[in-house]
Design a binder for this molecule. Sequence first.
Ligand code: PLP
Length: 369
Amino acid sequence: MTQHVWGYLPEYEKERADIIDAVETVFSSGQLVLGESVRSFEREFAAYHGAAHCVGVDNGTNAIVLGLRALGIGPGDEVITVSNTAAPTVVAINAVGATPVFVDVDPATYLMEVDQVAAAITPRTRCLLPVHLYGQCVDMAPLEALAAKHDLVILEDCAQAHGARHHGRIAGSMGKAAAFSFYPTKVLGAFGDAGATVTSDAGIDANLRRLRFYGMEERYFVIETPSYNSRLDEVQAEILRRKLTRLDDYVGRRRAIAARYAEAFAGTDLVTPATAPGNEHVYYVYVVRHPRRNQIIEALKAHDIVLNISYPWPVHTQKGFAYLGYPEGSLPVTSRVADEIFSLPMYPSLTDGEQDRVIDKVRDVLAKL
Ligand SMILES: *Cc1c(COP(=O)(O)O)cnc(C)c1O
């Protein structure tokens, strides 16, 4: 039976010696918190993005929270983003006391509809927060023009876009700062929670370092606004260093899987992902679309094939965000897309045989609809 919910175990089997060696390296190093592995990972992850700085933190949500705080975003400020995203994007905006403002998404890529951003800007707008959702980048040039014109900062949510490129530029190098998650399923995943914020601005780097360390620059003295403990774990950092050397291989495998799906479903009425011009997609999730989505998912369940939806409930429709006051139907494309999208299994250790079985069953179901 094929296991269709992502599991890290097949990957761990292949990489076990290296992962165990990473753990042993840290445990025998004599320094378990903010040591050589965190410093090295930060250097290497910054270099991978051609950025000057990287600050390792405890998860992707806090990478956004600290990114916003380091940029000076707080109560009274508006942050423009999308409702079709992982809720943590918006949870983070809420956590700093700022107000999330949603624009709709593009019906082909399901990414931020950048043409709607200008109209969403108010005197309170301080930040644009594009989410490079599913593994490809938001169209950045229009956002950069608006940011320059209205004196706004751009914070990229790169939690799903490790290694993605946009007109040759790598995701995470285009904003004033960029937040990454290394949640285990992500394109670069830790063996637990981890995250990082990348920037090329020395002042923002210094802010981030204080913010993840209680508000201290040196031990035992809170120099600035009191913060909290949001450090990247030393063991996760060492594992991430090892896995960073294989990131391009993981992405290559994801692209090969995506190409096989695209070929298999060409000529069917299943809508496969569209890559926007200038984008090099990393396929964190392989999102397809069909008006009878729920029926397809039910039918596949009978074959023990479990398909995920990213995401079934747009953030503005979730009860916890009712306070934002977005009426039903206010983001029509977002809502329509959420009713029709679902994801096919996508992770580097998925074998061709497993993928073929998924393809066969989906094709069977489509033929009988
Ligand atoms: C995963 C994810 C996050 C949050 O990361 P965590 O490490 O789970 O806190 C934020 N934004 C997006 C788009 C994500 O996919």
